[in-house]
Design a protein around this ligand. Structure first.
Ligand code: N01
Length: 547
């Protein structure tokens, strides 16, 4: 264990516990980062986790219908062949409880729990320039000191609860999907209001509708969605995947978005309308996020995209019986997949049920929540339960909540007042020895996230090893490298249609007052990973390393 120094530089008896690394968060990222730092590098590392259990997003998001949109066999760790071979997924898309069981299995199998501290919320992290260490404080009053601080807080973990007047007067129960009660919510016989039609609302609506007396969906922006086509994972498929795992993982790493699918090399505009229709029909039947790969230019060419958007709009009109209702559910203000596309199990079909209605809150905004429900500019709705599927203060929210202060006490909040700025999404100039797993400016949420997490955690571990072998104890991204990377992140986004969705959380547009900056790196997983490798191979270009 390192010797701890005070902020004044004196060595001595201190209350703070000294470690090589503190990792914040015990989800997919934190668990794996602990494993590599502790078990490969032999560092003293501790995970601090605010929740009462491990699992990160899969610990908190227990809402009805919560299920992963990536397929189970690749939404998983690739670092252990034994783990891959012994774990059996039961469905094409794993539900929340199954992923949580998997993560708990990983924690046990790799003996991680002894270095994970639950119910421990980080309230401040301050860099002590003299000691070259991070001083971390928790809500429980504990203090830690570590050479490296690594955030594994996830991109979608700070709930966005809209500031609607009167919420405190509501006499029923209300919940945000990302903070769902562990013992569930009983919808039976109740009038339920669901606000939000992103991936979460679209997963939850069909399940709530089957239980509730009545479900009213309050929709601000109509959304595209493609059927998930969930199904049990049969034994033969399971065996085939296990035999083929090395190639599957390699395909994921070499892809644009961390999924192991073959993307089409053809343009949507180079085929005949009949062939295009047939290919979209087949992709619709196969289901899932791979619909985006039907043609190579769905996300880069507006005309190509319009063919996919029009196909889905026609599907919505063919599924929803009432033409006026279908029209209100049909997205027109953004291209398909310029917002993170949901996949669903009977979302549009749900609106054919007698106990489901839709309120267009762009046309008739919510004015207030009352003791008995909510009121829009047009009508009052009696509700016993309100579900906020209103998303997250994405990417920057979880980092800013840690109250991180770098050199000279400068706060991350001030540093990012005009939006996040990082080098490779891994480091922030002015914040030495801080690494951000899936930070803004990295592919993160535009990929199958475990693929991105493993790449980051391995890169960070290799960087720390490099420093240790050379007796270096300080690393910081330079301002010049950061400027160039931010420019590159912007250019990568603008080479796609992604910035065209004006209400997307990729842009921070869902949170009032948040700077509008396209946050993830849209240049693709494979080229990003190659860039990170190159930086490391050249002796960490763009970083300043010192003793
Ligand atoms: O959140 P969202 P989400 N008044 O921000 C509306 C991941 N995820 O939780 O579009 C009224 O996408 C908002 O309206 P608008 C996935 O990456 C993964 O659904 O801003 N409405 C929108 O309809 C996903 O993208 C899985 O106009 C308000 C909705 O609420 C990400 O999480 C499953 C409002 C929010 O949609 C976030 O999805 C689920 C307000 N004040 C989610 N504020 C997997 O399976 C917001 N809205 C892995």
């Amino acid at each position: 264990m390192d010797t701890l120094q005070t902020e004044s530089g004196q060595t001595g008896q201190l209350q703070a516990q000294a470690l090589d690394a503190i990792i914040v968060g015990a989800g997919f990222a934190g668990l794996y980062q602990l494993h590599v730092l502790r078990d490969r590098l032999g560092l003293s590392a501790r995970v601090l986790e605010a929740g009462g259990g491990i699992g990160g997003t899969w610990y908190w998001n227990r809402y009805p219908g919560a299920r992963c949109d990536s397929e189970s066999y690749y939404y998983s760790y690739s670092f252990s062949n034994d783990l891959e071979q012994e774990w059996n997924w039961t469905e094409r898309y794993p539900e929340q409880a199954e992923i949580l069981r998997y993560l708990n299995h990983v924690a046990d199998r790799f003996d991680l729990r002894r270095d994970i501290q639950l119910d421990t919320k980080v309230t401040e992290a301050r860099f002590d320039a003299g000691a070259r260490r991070w001083m971390v404080s928790t809500a429980g009053g504990e203090r830690y000191s570590a050479k490296f601080l690594i955030t594994a807080v996830g991109c979608l973990s700070t709930a966005n609860i809209p500031d609607i007047a009167g919420l405190e007067t509501f006499k029923g129960e209300w919940h945000h999907t990302g903070r769902w009660p562990h013992d569930g919510v009983d919808f039976a016989g109740k009038r339920v209001g669901l606000i939000g039609t992103g991936s979460t609302g679209i997963q939850a609506a069909p399940v709530i509708a089957r239980q509730a007396a009545h479900l009213t969906v309050f929709q601000r922006t109509p959304n595209y969605s493609v059927p998930a086509r969930n199904a049990p994972m049969d034994l033969e498929a399971q065996q085939q995947i296990k035999a083929d795992y090395a190639a599957i993982r390699q395909r994921s790493r070499m892809s644009t978005n961390g999924h192991p699918f073959e993307m089409s090399m053809r343009s949507a505009l180079e085929v005949s309308p009949e062939e295009r229709q047939a290919l979209y029909d087949a992709a619709w039947e196969r289901g899932g996020l791979r619909f985006r790969g039907t043609f190579k230019d769905i996300l880069s060419n507006a005309d190509a995209n319009e063919t996919a958007s029009a196909f889905i709009r026609a599907k919505i009109r063919s599924i929803v019986h009432d033409p006026a209702l279908a029209e209100r559910l049909t997205p027109t203000d953004h291209p398909f997949a310029s917002k993170r596309p949901p996949i669903d199990s009977d979302y549009f079909e749900t609106f054919n049920r007698d106990n489901v209605s839709l309120v267009d809150i762009r046309a008739t905004p919510i004015q207030e929540i009352t003791s008995t429900g909510l009121r829009t500019t047009e009508a009052a709705y009696n509700l016993e339960v309100i579900v906020f599927a209103t998303g997250f203060d994405a990417m920057t929210g979880p980092l800013l909540a840690l109250d991180i202060r770098g050199e000279n006490g400068v706060s991350l909040r001030d540093t990012w007042s005009a939006g996040p700025r990082t080098y490779l999404g891994l480091q922030i100039s002015g914040f030495p020895n801080l690494f951000t797993i899936t930070g803004p400016g990295s592919p993160s949420v535009l990929t199958n996230v475990p693929t991105a997490i493993e790449q980051h955690a391995d890169w960070i571990a290799n960087c720390i090893l490099y420093m240790r072998e050379r007796g270096l104890d300080r690393i910081e991204a330079t301002a010049e490298a950061t400027d160039k990377w931010v420019e590159h992140v912007n250019a990568a986004a603008h080479a796609t249609l992604l910035p065209m969705a004006s209400s997307s959380w990729y842009l921070g547009a869902n949170v009032p007052g948040k700077p509008r900056v396209f946050m993830p790196y849209a240049g693709g997983m494979a080229s990003y990973a190659a860039r990170c490798e190159q930086v490391a191979a050249e002796g960490y270009t763009g970083f300043h390393l010192s003793q």
